[in-house]
Design a binder for this molecule. Structure first.
Ligand SMILES: [Zn+2]
Length: 817
C-alpha cells in the first residue's frame, strides 16, 4: 500500500487539531454562523453525505472524492465524571489528516503521518520520507454502490468501535478492564449530520465489565455497563494552508513539532512552528498603516448554555480580556464569546465551545485545541471549565472570615470566587489561543493570566486582612507579547522574521521573562518561577504569607463553617489556613542552591544562567528553617478541639488533613507532615547536587554541608526542655527532629543522589547518631525517640534501611485553588 503511505502526525505536540468552516476565505464559516442542520432522510448533501437507516441503525457515508485529504477529529461527547478516569464530557481525543482510498470492493480510511515530511519540491525526497515511516489504516468499509454523488460505504462498524480508546484510558487509569458491547451500542442519529464543510457522527458505546472498579461504581447507575458517547468529525482541510510561524522558546507559546528531512546538515530535522488561529486583516492597507483592523474571520467561542450565573458572566468577562490583548497585535473585535445558536451541537467542529464539566471530585479545567497538524493552525477547541473549583475558593474564603477586619472582608464570597473564575476562564482560553503556562508572571507584576494564581491576601498597617486585590482583572504584558508574536500579521516572511525578532527583543528589554512548566516544580532553582504564589519575590511572599497565616491561625474558629454545616468541615477549611504559606515555602526553598536562567539563544540578550548571591540564599535558608520551629508548626489544641469526626451520612470529602488518631483531629501528625514537606524540599537530590557543584565552582556559595548543619541546628540545636513551656513544644520538637533524620536517610539512600551528596549526608548522619546518644535527664518520650533514631541510622549504615518501613506522616493534599 505504498501509494497509500502519506503521513502526518505531530510529534510531542501538546494539542490536537481540527476544523475549519467554509464560505468565507480559507473555508471558514460566515461570521453569522453555519447553515442550519438538514433532516436525516435520504443521503443528505455535505462534505461526506451520510444516510442513517433507522430500520437497521446503520450509517452510510458517501465519499464524493476518493483520495481527498480531510481532517478527522474524535471527541468524547459524554464523560465518566470521575477525575481519576480523566474522561470528561467534551474531551478532545486524537485527530488526523485522513483520506479515503478504494481498493477492489473496499474503501480504506488512511491516517497520514504528518509528523514527518520533507519541505522540498523534490518528490523523490518526499517519497523517501514517506517510505521511512508507517501510516495507519484506521478502518475499511465495504462498498455498497457507486452513486452519482460518489462511493457509498457502510461505515457503521468504524463509528461503533472504541476509536477514542476508552478501554485503554480506563486501564491506564487503573480503573479496571472493560470491553465494548456492540449489542448495546448504537448510532445517535440526532447528532449525526452532514454540513457543507463538515460531517458529524455520534455513537453511543456501551462498555461492560463483570468486575467494576470502585470509581466506576461511584459514578455509574450500574457500573457493570457504562455508556459513553463518542463524536466523530470530518472537516475540509484549511485552504490555503496557514503559513508556518517560526517558534521562539521565549515567546510563551505552544509549538507544533514535526520532522523535516529536507533540512541541511547544519540545521535540525526537528522543526517547530507556533500554534495559532488564522487571523487575516479585512483591510491590509489599514493594518499596515498601524490602524486597528477587524479580521476577515474573528475567533468566536460559543458558551455552554448549561453554565449558570454568576459563572457565565465571569467566564465571558474573563474571555473578553483576550479581545483587548489582541488589540496589541493590531486587531479590533478579533475575539468574542457568543451563545450557541439553537439546534447546534457544541461538538460541531465549526463551533469552538466553552464547556461546563462536572465530576464527583475536584479536578482540573483544561484548554485543549485541535490544530491542522500540517501548519499548527488551530481550528477547534472545547474549553472545559470544571464546576468544582469555586467550592475550593469558597473554602479558602470561609477560612478568612474569622479574621475579617471590623466591617468585614473587602469582597463578598461571590466577588472573591468570580474574580478567580474570570482569571480562570482567561487562562484556559489563553491555552486555546496557543499560549503555554508562564509561571514567572506573578512575580513580574502579574504579567500573565497563564500563571497559577493564589489569592493575594495582605495585612494593612493595622495588621488587618485585605483581599481587595485578590486576583488580577485583565491580561498582562507577557500575554501581549505572546499574542503579538502569534497573531501579528506580516506581508512577507522577511517582514515576519524582522517583526518577530523586534517583538521578543522589546519584551526582553522590558524584563518580561517566560519560564515553562518543566522548570517550576519543587526541585526547581528559579525562585520566582513558582506556582500559586503572588509577590515581587519569594522571600517577601513567604514573610507575607507567614504573617497572614499567623493572623488566620490565631483567629480561626467555627465562623469558618456556615450555620448548619457539620463542624467537621473545619478540617477542610483549616487546611488552607495551616498551609497558607505552603507555595511560598516551595518558592523560597528554591533560593537554596538557586540559579536563575533564561531560554537564551545565541546573539540575543537573555542571560543564560545566574547563581543567586550567597547572602540571598542564606537569608532564604534562615526563613525557611524558621517554619520548622514549634511555634510555626503548632496547631493550637483549641482548634483541634473544634473539629469532631465526620458525621454519619457524610464522607471524607469534609476533610483534607488526614488523622492517624481515628476520631480525633491530630495536630501533631499534621505538624509532622508539614515538617517533612519542608525538609524534603531542602534536601531534594537535585538541590543537593546544585549545592555541591556551585560550592565547588565558588567556595563563597552555600554548600550542602552548611545547609544540613543549619537544618540540624534548627531542629536539634535546642533541647526539648527549651520548649517545654510551649503547648505541644516537646512533641513538635521531636517531629521536626524525626523529619530531619528521615529526610537525611531518604537522601542518602536515594539512587538519584550524587556520590558527593551521599558522602556529606552520611557524614552528618554519623554525627547525628552520636548526638542522639545523649540521654541525660531526658523524658521517656525523648529517650525512646532518640533510641529509635540511633537504630534507624545504624540500620542505614548496615545497609538494612527500608524507607517504606519508617513511620511516615500522611501528606496533606490541597486541591487547586
Ligand atoms: Zn493552564
Amino acid at each position: 500500500m505504498k501509494a497509500l503511505a502519506a503521513r502526518s502526525r505531530p510529534v510531542g505536540i501538546a494539542l490536537f487539531a481540527f476544523i475549519a468552516g467554509a464560505c468565507a476565505p480559507a473555508g471558514v464559516p460566515p461570521a453569522e454562523g453555519p447553515a442550519p442542520a438538514v433532516a436525516p432522510a435520504a443521503a443528505e448533501g455535505g462534505l461526506l453525505p451520510l444516510r442513517y437507516d433507522a430500520a437497521t441503525g446503520k450509517v452510510f457515508l458517501t465519499v464524493p472524492r476518493l483520495g481527498e485529504r480531510l481532517l478527522y477529529l474524535n471527541t468524547l461527547a459524554t464523560g465518566v465524571g470521575a477525575t481519576a478516569a480523566g474522561l470528561d464530557r467534551g474531551q478532545l481525543g486524537d485527530n488526523a489528516v485522513v483520506r479515503f482510498e478504494r481498493r477492489g470492493a473496499r474503501v480504506y480510511l488512511i491516517r497520514e503521518n504528518t509528523a514527518v515530511l520533507a519541505r522540498t519540491d523534490n518528490p523523490a525526497l518526499q517519497r523517501s520520507v514517506e517510505e521511512s515511516f508507517p501510516s495507519s489504516v484506521l478502518a475499511s468499509f465495504v462498498v455498497q454502490r457507486d452513486g452519482p454523488g460518489g462511493t457509498v460505504v457502510d461505515a457503521t462498524d468504524f463509528f461503533l468501535s472504541d476509536v477514542y480508546d476508552v478501554i485503554g484510558s480506563l486501564r491506564g487509569a487503573r480503573l479496571g478492564s472493560v470491553r465494548l458491547d456492540r449489542e448495546r451500542s448504537f448510532i445517535d442519529s440526532t447528532n449525526t449530520r452532514s454540513f457543507p464543510e463538515n460531517t458529524e457522527i455520534r455513537s453511543v458505546l456501551t462498555f461492560s465489565t463483570d468486575d467494576p472498579s470502585f470509581v466506576l461504581r461511584q459514578v455509574a447507575p450500574d457500573a457493570r455497563t457504562i455508556a459513553i458517547e463518542q463524536h466523530h468529525s470530518f472537516l475540509r482541510l484549511p485552504a490555503p494552508p496557514l503559513p508556518l510561524r517560526p517558534f521562539d522558546p521565549r515567546s510563551g507559546l505552544f509549538s507544533n513539532d514535526f520532522f523535516d528531512f529536507a533540512q541541511p546538515f547544519s540545521g535540525d530535522y526537528r522543526q517547530r512552528a507556533v500554534v495559532r488561529w488564522r487571523l487575516e486583516p479585512s483591510d491590509t492597507a489599514a493594518y499596515l498603516r498601524g490602524e486597528k483592523v477587524e479580521p476577515v474571520k474573528p475567533i468566536v467561542y460559543y458558551i455552554d448554555a448549561g453554565i449558570p450565573e454568576p459563572y457565565r458572566s465571569a467566564f465571558i468577562d474573563g474571555g473578553r480580556w483576550w479581545n483587548e490583548v489582541l488589540g496589541a497585535a493590531g486587531w479590533r473585535n478579533a475575539f468574542r464569546i457568543e451563545s450557541l445558536p439553537a439546534g447546534v451541537s457544541p461538538l460541531d467542529a465549526r463551533y469552538p465551545a466553552i464547556y461546563w464539566v462536572h465530576r464527583m471530585q475536584r479536578g482540573p479545567s483544561v484548554g485543549p485545541s485541535m490544530i491542522d497538524p500540517r501548519t499548527g493552525e488551530i481550528v477547534k477547541t472545547v474549553v472545559r471549565m470544571d464546576s468544582y473549583r469555586s467550592l475550593v475558593d469558597h473554602d479558602i474564603y470561609m477560612g478568612l472570615l474569622p479574621a475579617a477586619p471590623p466591617g468585614g472582608l473587602q469582597l463578598t464570597a461571590e466577588q472573591f470566587a468570580m474574580a478567580r473564575r474570570r482569571q480562570h476562564s482567561a487562562h484556559e482560553i489563553g491555552h486555546t489561543l496557543g499560549i503555554a503556562h508562564n509561571y514567572i508572571a506573578a512575580t513580574q507584576g502579574r504579567s500573565s493570566v497563564m500563571d497559577y494564581p493564589y489569592p493575594l491576601i495582605t495585612l494593612d498597617a493595622q495588621g488587618r486582612l485585605d483581599i481587595s486585590d485578590a486576583y488580577r482583572n485583565s491580561g498582562g504584558a507577557h500575554d501581549t507579547l505572546a499574542i503579538r508574536y502569534a497573531y501579528t500579521w506580516f506581508r512577507t516572511p522577511a517582514e515576519e522574521a524582522a517583526g518577530l525578532s523586534r517583538i521578543v527583543r522589546d519584551a526582553e528589554a522590558r524584563g518580561l521573562r517566560f519560564i515553562a512548566d518543566q522548570h517550576v516544580g519543587a526541585a526547581g532553582s528559579f525562585p520566582s518561577a513558582s506556582q500559586w504564589i503572588e509577590g515581587s519575590d519569594m522571600l517577601t511572599a513567604l514573610r507575607r504569607t507567614m504573617a497572614v497565616r499567623r493572623v488566620l491561625m490565631d483567629r480561626f474558629d467555627e465562623r469558618a463553617a456556615q450555620p448548619g454545616e457539620p463542624l467537621a468541615v473545619l478540617n477542610r477549611r483549616f487546611a488552607h489556613v495551616y498551609l497558607h504559606h505552603r507555595y511560598a515555602l516551595v518558592g523560597a526553598t528554591k533560593y537554596v542552591g538557586g540559579m536563575e536562567f533564561g531560554y537564551a539563544l545565541r546573539g540575543e540578550q537573555t542571560e543564560p544562567t545566574r547563581i543567586l548571591p550567597a547572602a540571598e540564599q542564606r537569608a532564604a535558608l534562615r526563613l525557611v528553617l524558621s517554619a520548622l520551629t514549634p511555634r510555626e508548626l503548632r496547631i493550637p489544641g483549641r482548634i483541634a478541639a473544634m473539629i469532631p469526626p465526620v458525621p454519619a451520612g457524610y464522607d471524607s470529602d469534609l476533610t483534607l488533613i488526614p488523622t492517624p488518631a481515628g476520631t480525633a483531629f491530630d495536630p501533631i501528625a499534621a505538624a509532622h507532615s508539614l515538617a517533612q514537606e519542608i525538609v524534603n524540599g531542602l534536601l531534594h537530590p537535585q538541590r543537593a547536587a546544585r549545592l555541591v557543584s556551585f560550592h565547588a565552582r565558588d567556595a563563597s556559595n552555600l554548600s550542602l554541608d552548611e545547609v544540613i548543619t543549619a537544618l540540624i541546628e534548627t531542629t536539634w540545636g535546642t533541647s526539648t526542655s527549651d520548649v517545654a513551656g510551649e503547648e505541644q513544644g516537646p512533641e513538635l520538637r521531636r517531629v521536626a527532629q524525626r523529619a530531619t533524620v528521615d529526610g537525611l536517610l531518604d537522601l542518602a539512600g536515594n539512587s538519584a543522589a550524587t556520590a558527593g551528596v551521599r558522602a556529606t549526608v552520611e557524614h552528618h548522619l554519623a554525627l547525628l547518631a552520636r548526638r542522639a546518644n545523649l540521654s541525660e535527664g531526658l523524658s521517656a518520650a525523648d529517650q525512646g525517640h532518640r533510641a529509635a533514631i540511633r537504630r534507624d541510622i545504624e540500620r542505614y549504615f548496615d545497609g538494612r534501611d527500608d524507607p517504606a518501613k519508617r513511620p511516615r506522616p500522611a501528606p496533606i493534599g490541597l486541591p487547586w485553588p
